[in-house]
Design a protein around this ligand. Structure first.
Ligand SMILES: CC(=O)SCCNC(=O)CCNC(=O)[C@H](O)C(C)(C)COP(=O)(O)OP(=O)(O)OC[C@H]1O[C@@H](n2cnc3c(N)ncnc32)[C@H](O)[C@@H]1OP(=O)(O)O
Length: 418
């Protein structure tokens, strides 16, 4: 048996890709082997230096991958992000510090590259806080009880002069990217998608052993502009009394105007046979319940943390976003990894712009870099974190002032799983 310290953590070479994929499947409790065509398709995501593996006696026992991403912040600017994914440690090698070693390598490289933050969607809540990540967005799924929603059962299309059409995967690949660009430019927490994302999501490349083609619908406003799009599936469920009891599941729904969102949700709730609509992961303040005459017909099925953020550069992160009030705040940011900590003065002006610089003198608030990440996109409250003892007020009233500056009227949302 190899000694524990002999496990080598390093970027994989292309020839190790198949072994690395096998370890990834094992870590995610999926069937270990992959068809050659899926393996070949997945090679498109291989970027030299950014897929890490741990090797013990020549066998890959841990995986980690990062890729370049743009993240939209409050006010609509974007920052370069190091998106972390495919994190696994094989059960035989767990709790020996392999994730810690891979994370340290990746975050150090991201900092050197000039990324402002790292991002990820956490499989389990307790994993990533220790590395300076904080939950920066959350997501909610609703299940709509259609017969109780109070919608007009004779609904035959949008009332606003727009229209809804079924389209094919090829149309989604043509129309989707521009629509998503419009959405993400105005949605703090949204991230960029590359062309491969559209090809995977529409089944143009086989990335997974099974792909079930969904239905795709497009909403065009009265002027013909595409303003919304959704993908959904439906099950096959009949009740004992020969009643259709089908559930429609939304895979994703993009609307760039409230009218588009309204039309798409009403469409989904109007499909004959469908008695339940599962919304998929939405922003926690999504308008969906209030498009229904009886909002209680939309019951929250799940509500949880979603995208986690690790701030790598406090000055650039705080200067990238805008602020809801004018004011000045000195933050003492602790970072046990030594990547981003320090004392910083944030000055926000009445036009919303922020200026941030390292500061001397006394701090108003002391907080860990993970708590700053939770506050950064406006979703968390400093007053709440202070009540939990996770933010310390060095000056009375500083947490309330931080909320006035940082919190936003709509909540951040990341529509993607990555
Ligand atoms: C972005 C994504 O890809 S999310 C997907 C994450 N992957 C998974 O959930 C797949 C299944 N799980 C795994 O593969 C592994 O358990 C991992 C990757 C989560 C952790 O890998 P490990 O190598 O065991 O972690 P490592 O030994 O570095 O642990 C460091 C610390 O985190 C703690 N920790 C690690 N994983 C967990 C967890 N799931 N829950 C609670 N604590 C954890 C360890 O106990 C350790 O704490 P300590 O420093 O106080 O002793």
């Amino acid at each position: 048996m190899t000694s524990r310290t002999a496990v080598d953590v390093r970027p994989i070479t292309e020839s190790e890709f198949a072994d690395w994929q096998r370890a990834l499947n094992v870590g995610f409790l999926r069937e270990p082997g992959l068809d050659q065509d899926i393996l070949d398709a997945r090679r498109a995501q291989f970027t030299p230096g950014r897929s890490l593996g741990a090797f013990d006696a020549g066998r890959c026992v841990a995986t980690f991958r990062s890729f370049a991403q743009e993240l939209t912040v409050v006010g609509g600017a974007t920052v370069p992000a190091d998106a972390v994914t495919n994190v696994t440690v094989t059960a035989t090698h767990r709790r020996r510090g392999l994730l810690t070693r891979m994370m340290a390598q990746d975050l150090t490289a991201a900092k050197e590259r000039g990324d402002v933050v790292a991002t990820l969607i956490a499989a389990e809540y307790p994993i990533y806080g220790r590395y300076g990540f904080g939950p920066a967005t959350s997501a909610t799924e609703w299940t709509v009880d259609v017969p109780r929603a109070g919608l007009d059962p004779r609904w035959a299309g949008p009332e606003d002069g727009g229209r809804i059409d079924l389209v094919d995967a090829e149309d989604v690949r043509k129309l989707g990217p521009e629509l998503h660009e419009r959405l993400r430019r105005g949605q703090p927490g949204a991230v960029s998608r590359d062309e491969l994302w559209w090809r995977i999501t529409t089944g143009a490349v086989r990335f997974h052993p099974t792909f079930h083609e969904p239905y795709y619908v497009v909403y065009r406003a009265a002027d013909g502009r595409v303003e919304g799009m959704a993908a959904y599936t439906a099950d096959d469920n009949w009740g004992d009394a020969k009643q259709p009891l089908n559930t429609a599941r939304v895979k994703w729904l993009t609307g760039v105007t409230p009218a588009a969102e309204r039309a798409l949700w009403h469409f989904l709730c109007s499909i004959d046979w469908v008695v339940k609509v599962r919304s998929g992961w939405r922003a926690p303040d999504d308008l969906l319940p209030h498009f229904l005459p009886d909002p209680r017909a939309a019951a929250v099925t799940t509500h949880a943390d979603w995208m986690w953020v690790r701030i790598l550069d406090v000055v650039r992160a705080l200067e990238a976003r805008t602020y809801g009030a004018a004011g000045e705040l000195v933050l003492e940011v602790t970072d046990r990894a030594g990547l981003a900590g320090g004392r910083f003065r944030l000055g926000a002006s009445a036009d919303g712009a922020g200026v941030c610089a390292p500061a001397a003198g006394s701090a108003d608030l002391t907080l860990d870099v993970a708590e700053l990440a939770a506050l950064w996109l406006g979703d968390e409250s400093a007053v709440r974190l202070a009540a939990l003892g996770r933010v310390r007020e060095e000056r009375a009233g500083a947490a309330r002032q931080a909320d006035a500056l940082l919190r936003t009227s709509r909540r951040p949302w990341c529509p993607d799983v990555f």
